[in-house]
Design a protein around this ligand. Structure first.
Ligand SMILES: NC(=O)c1ccc[n+]([C@@H]2O[C@H](COP(=O)([O-])OP(=O)(O)OC[C@H]3O[C@@H](n4cnc5c(N)ncnc54)[C@H](O)[C@@H]3O)[C@@H](O)[C@H]2O)c1
Length: 329
C-alpha cells in the first residue's frame, strides 16, 4: 500500500499535504460543529451524521456538489470524520471521474484503529451493509488525536470493541495491556492512547497488506462480526455492543470445539470496557439473518475462532453444527 500514515500529526498539517485550492473536505455535522475552526479556509461539504446516510443518495448529492465546485481529476478529496465519512470519501473518490486521489483524517477511535485503513469503502443498500463499494487506497491517513476531545463515551466504547477484537485475533501482549488499563486511563493519557491507536492501525495494516482483497487472512477481522451484524440488523444495539456479543459467542464455540480455555477472560475484558457479552434476543429471528451472512457459501460458513488469545483462525463450519451452538448460547 502506498499510503502515508502520519501518526503524530495535527489537522493544520493538511496544508503541507495538499493544495487548498484543489482540495475538498467531506465531513459530517458533528465533527464540523465541534471543530469548526480547523475547517476554516477549506472547501468543505458537511453531511448529515449517521450510518443511515451512508447510502448511494448521499454519494450522488456529493457528486452534484463536486460538479458545482468544478471538481476535476486534479481535485483532492479529504474525508474528515468517523467510519461513515471515511467509507463515503473513499467510495466517491473512486467513482467520480473514475477516480480522484484522496486522504483521510479519522475522528473516531473506530476509524483511527480500523475503518480508515485498508482501502475498503462503500455504501449500504437497505439492510445490506457495505453491499456496494470498491477497494481504493488513500494517499495518506492523518491522525489528530485532539479530534477525540469531542467524542461521546458510547463512541469510545464502540472503538474499543474493535481494539479488543484486534487483541483477540492477533496480539496477546496488547490484550494483557488492556486488562491492566481502563477506558478512563486511555482517555486521560494521550501518549498511552497514541501508542494504542498506532499499534491497532499497524495490526490492521499488516493484515490488509497480506491480503488486500480478502481471500484469506483479512477474514480474521470478521471475528465477532457474523452474529454481530445479524444482531445489529434486527435490534437497536450499537456496532460495538453487537460485535462484543458476537465475540463472546465465537469464544464459546472456540471452547466447545477447540478447547479454547480463556473465554472467561475475553468476556471480562469486554465488560471492563463497558461492552455487553450476552443479550436477550429472538434466536429464530437472528438465525434467519445470520445464516445468510456474506461469509456463507453453500451449507457452510467461514467462521473466525480462537486457539488462544492472540491466535485467531478461520474455520469452515457446517451451518447445522453452528446452529446447534447458537441455540445453546
Ligand atoms: N472500510 C473499512 O474497512 C471499515 C472498517 C470498520 C468499519 N467501517 C465502517 O465505519 C462505520 C462506523 O464508523 P464510526 O463508528 O466511526 O461511525 P460514524 O462515522 O457514524 O461516527 C460515529 C458518530 O460519532 C460522530 N463523531 C465522529 N467523530 C467525532 C468527533 N471527533 N467528535 C464528536 N462526534 C464525532 C459522528 O458524527 C457519528 O455521530 C460503519 O459504516 C462501518 O461500516 C469501515
Amino acid at each position: 500500500l502506498k499510503t502515508d500514515f502520519l501518526f503524530n500529526a495535527s489537522f493544520p498539517d493538511l496544508k503541507k499535504l495538499t493544495d487548498r485550492k484543489s482540495t475538498v473536505i467531506l465531513t459530517d455535522e458533528h465533527v464540523f460543529d465541534a471543530h469548526a475552526a480547523k475547517f476554516r479556509g477549506w472547501n468543505s461539504i458537511v453531511l448529515k451524521a449517521g450510518e443511515e446516510y451512508k447510502i448511494q443518495e448521499t454519494a450522488d448529492a456529493v457528486i452534484r456538489q463536486l460538479i458545482q465546485l468544478e471538481a476535476d481529476r486534479n481535485t483532492f478529496l479529504v474525508g474528515a470524520g468517523g467510519g461513515v465519512i471515511t467509507d463515503l470519501t473513499g467510495y466517491i473518490a473512486s467513482i467520480y471521474m473514475r477516480g480522484l486521489r484522496f486522504g483521510l483524517i479519522p475522528s473516531t477511535i473506530l476509524a483511527m484503529a480500523d475503518a480508515a485503513i485498508g482501502g475498503k469503502n462503500g455504501v449500504d443498500v437497505g439492510v445490506y451493509k457495505n453491499l456496494v463499494g470498491t477497494v481504493r487506497q488513500p494517499s495518506f491517513v492523518l491522525y489528530d488525536l485532539d479530534l477525540l476531545n469531542s467524542l461521546p463515551l458510547g463512541e469510545w466504547e464502540n472503538g474499543f470493541a474493535e481494539i479488543i477484537k484486534h487483541a483477540c485475533i492477533k496480539d496477546a501482549r496488547m490484550f494483557h495491556q488492556l486488562e491492566k488499563t481502563d477506558l478512563l486511563s486511555y482517555q486521560s493519557d494521550r501518549e498511552l492512547l497514541a501508542s494504542l491507536i498506532r499499534r491497532n492501525a499497524t495490526i490492521k495494516l499488516n493484515v490488509v497488506r497480506a491480503d488486500e482483497f480478502e481471500k484469506a487472512a483479512r477474514k480474521l477481522l470478521n471475528f465477532g462480526h457474523t452474529l454481530g451484524h445479524a444482531l445489529e440488523n434486527q435490534y437497536e444495539v450499537t456496532h460495538g455492543q453487537a460485535i462484543s456479543i458476537g465475540m463472546s459467542f465465537a469464544c464459546l464455540v472456540s471452547r466447545e470445539w477447540f478447547g479454547f480455555s480463556k473465554a472467561g477472560r475475553v468476556e471480562e475484558l469486554l465488560t471492563r470496557y463497558g461492552l455487553p457479552v450476552r443479550a436477550r434476543f429472538n434466536r429464530d429471528k437472528v438465525w434467519e439473518v445470520l445464516k445468510l451472512d456474506k461469509k456463507r457459501s453453500g451449507k457452510a460458513m467461514d467462521f473466525v475462532l480462537l486457539n488462544d488469545i492472540g491466535k485467531g483462525f478461520i474455520h469452515r463450519v457446517p451451518l447445522e453444527r453452528l446452529k446447534k451452538m447458537f441455540y445453546k448460547f
